[in-house]
Design a protein around this ligand. Structure first.
Ligand code: IVH
Length: 675
């Protein structure tokens, strides 16, 4: 009895302590213990509750999760993009070929600046008149978090630069990391140095950040005024002279042979470096060429990350299961004996599709080699046939989805081939697809609801709290309150995140609803066409849809495949109901027409024939950067048809004449650009 009293009193004391720290943290913005210490305290309390039933579950009512909206949000001056990847020599050859095609280079070589790709956390430093005024995390690339105070704990980040050559405005991109040596004492707490760096940088209290020794390398250029740099290498040299830390292993290279040599050289050096790197970044060195090359929606055309070959390990397949994705794709997954692959414990590996299993003849019970590269799901490299048991059987790929309905392989109109992937075509009528669609909807690129990640969607789905998108906005918080791990504060944060996600841009909304073949880029093209949700909603009406879809064919980037996908999506009654319900819950912002003044401001342009000095891709990019919109077919809406010297289509020119559309030659086009 006495013992029980004692337990109760210790427990109560700990609860009180937790409440106190919640106040420090959430209400006063002044935590007195680190996040890790806070988590330990939480864990201790939960252990007590699990061990002694008589204590009840009081803590679940007060335990909050760390809010992610603890930092002020700030827009980047120029969005922080990500990089496309190369894994082997042929990918790098492709990269160079694409650069040359875009720039219509024939024999000229393109100088590349090669730098180690630091595996840390990216951050941006903004200097005005030589003074460090802002420090941001990457965030979603467009908006970052204000982590200036935490960044200031890194001694080697200059606060003030006196040099008179320093530009008035300079945005510097850098990678923050923890050295391998400094990570050793933190090994128990974090999975790897990268996580530790992220944890430290996101501390609410910069005194906590200061306790974990962060370092950084400056690697890139955001906005700069006046534009004083002409080469990436020159930029690196100058900022290093001004006191920034740049990586000493950068090198200028020309051509594939030098690229390969540098890649091998740094790969050999890798284990001796005191920081983690996962490849090399190759950047076009000339900043004018970088500008000409520009970006695709997510990554610059002028840079690529050439990854090091991945970490490999041997394990055994315990089972092969199938997973259903949001597009209905059926992906086989090997459940393997857990194995450590380069510091991460792996227990699943993707088998891609049916053909892959057949080609490699992968079977349950096989001993296999797996590899993992970066964040991608580990893959099966090979099967060790010598270890295969005599009684092993070929794996029979199920022809049905987990929901029980039959699956199909689509015929791709663009490749004119049958798809290797099997799909369930039930859409929201398949519970497995429906759940994945919800995960897509709440993801970072879509509604971006913090606190409602994949695991929470799984949890809420199981409890029937969410069945379709609109349910997110009518959650039964009373029920959630009683769930383990959900306290007042985490609920408050979730409510806030859900509520602010209701205000969404049209392009994100279109991307979120998950129409097949409508990714971020196409969603943007559609948003620019419809402009408002009212116009977009006309697609819901089967009578109006046909005509709208016909008009979409004019848009560059929207082809037959996309139009068919949109038609399929909206002709499905369930999709229609779900989308309408969702729209009713939201406040969808009109597409913001960027008034890029310029030579072709708001003009609709089309090209036919090849140009002497400019690739089609560059012409398109130039037109867009000058405020124009590039169309893919001729209609009354077209303003200008630009006719290149090399093999223009006569039919197009005739049609443009017929419609009284302005026709200009390649020469005239060049003249306008140079004027
Ligand atoms: S250049 C437009 N250079 O890799 C993006 N990135 O996957 C240009 N990174 O977010 C990036 N070292 O955080 C560049 N030397 C380096 C880098 C580097 C690490 C990170 C960076 C970026 C990510 C891209």
């Amino acid at each position: 009895m006495e013992n029980k009293q004692k337990i109760k009193s210790v427990y109560k004391k700990k609860l009180k302590e937790l409440k106190k720290h919640n106040e420090y943290y959430y209400d006063n913005d002044n935590p007195k213990i680190s996040d890790a210490q806070y988590d330990d305290l939480k864990k201790e309390i939960l252990n007590y509750e699990n061990k002694y039933d008589f204590l009840g579950k009081t803590s679940s009512k007060i335990v909050g999760t760390t809010p992610s909206n603890k930092f002020k949000k700030i827009r980047h001056l120029i969005p922080m993009l990500s990089l496309s990847n190369a894994f082997e020599e042929s990918d790098m050859r492709d990269f160079i070929k694409k650069l040359k095609n875009f720039l219509t280079f024939q024999n000229e070589t393109i100088e590349l600046c090669s730098e180690p790709k630091i595996d840390g956390i990216s951050a941006t430093l903004i200097y005005e008149k030589g003074k460090l005024v802002k420090g941001l995390s990457r965030g979603d690339g467009v908006t970052g978090e204000d982590i200036l105070e935490n960044l200031k704990t890194i001694k080697k980040i200059p606060r003030k630069i006196e040099s008179k050559n320093f530009p008035d405005l300079l945005e510097i991109r850098c990678e923050v990391y923890i050295s391998k040596k400094d990570f050793l004492p933190l090994k128990e707490k974090f999975a790897n140095p990268r996580n530790a760096a992220g944890g430290s940088l996101r501390q609410k209290n910069s005194n906590e950040t200061a306790k974990i020794p962060l370092k950084y390398f400056a690697y890139g250029l955001g906005k700069v005024e006046p534009k004083i740099f002409s080469k990436q290498s020159e930029f690196l040299q100058k900022i290093s002279d001004w006191g920034f830390v740049t990586n000493p292993e950068f090198k200028l290279v020309n051509g594939i042979e030098e690229i390969e040599n540098q890649h091998k050289k740094i790969d050999n050096l890798r284990s001796s470096l005191d920081y983690d790197i996962d490849g090399l970044v190759f950047k076009v060195n000339d900043l004018l060429l970088q500008k000409r090359l520009g970006n695709t929606s997510n990554s610059p055309r002028w840079a690529i990350a050439y990854k090091f070959s991945s970490e490999k390990a041997i394990t055994k397949i315990k089972d092969i299961i199938i997973q259903v994705g949001r597009t209905g794709a059926i992906t086989p997954v090997a459940k393997v004996d857990p194995v450590n692959v380069g510091g991460v414990i792996v227990s699943n590996a993707t088998l891609h599709n049916e053909e892959e299993i057949q080609r490699k003849d992968i079977r349950i019970g096989d001993t296999i080699q797996i590899q993992r590269a970066g964040d991608v799901i580990p893959q099966v490299v090979s099967v060790d046939l010598s270890k295969r048991r005599n009684d092993s059987k070929k794996f029979l790929f199920p022809s049905k989805c987990l929901c029980g309905s039959t699956t199909k392989k689509e015929f791709s109109k663009s490749t004119k081939k049958q798809d290797a992937v099997r799909r369930c075509v039930k859409g929201y009528n398949c519970n497995y697809i429906a759940k994945e669609k919800l995960k897509h909807l709440v993801s970072k690129e879509a509604f971006n609801i913090e606190g409602l990640g994949k695991k929470v969607v799984d949890q809420f789905w199981k409890l029937k709290l969410i069945q379709e998108p609109s349910d997110i906005f009518e959650l039964n918080y009373k029920k959630i309150e009683n769930l383990e791990g959900w306290g007042n504060l985490s609920i408050k944060n979730l409510k806030k995140a859900i509520s602010s996600s209701k205000n969404i841009s049209l392009e994100k909304f279109i991307f979120s609803i998950g129409i097949r073949h409508i990714g971020q880029e196409n969603a943007k093209i559609l948003a620019a066409f419809f402009l408002t949700i009212e116009e977009f909603s006309k697609l819901f009406d089967s009578k109006k849809r046909g005509k709208i879809l016909k008009n979409l064919a004019d848009l560059n980037g929207i082809g037959e495949t996309q139009i068919e996908a949109i038609e399929n999506f909206f002709s499905n009654e369930k999709n229609l109901r779900i989308t309408k319900n969702l729209v009713n819950k939201l406040s969808i912002r009109n597409f913001l027409i960027k008034n890029i003044g310029g030579k072709f401001s708001n003009k609709k342009i089309m090209f036919t024939g090849g140009f002497q000095n400019m690739s089609r891709s560059e012409a398109k990019s130039v037109a867009e950067n000058n405020g124009g919109k590039v169309l893919g077919s001729i209609s009354k809406k077209l303003d200008i048809l630009v006719v290149g010297d090399s093999k223009p289509t006569k039919k197009k020119i005739d049609k443009a004449r017929e419609l009284n559309i302005k026709i200009i030659s390649e020469k005239e086009w060049n003249k306008i650009l140079n004027s």
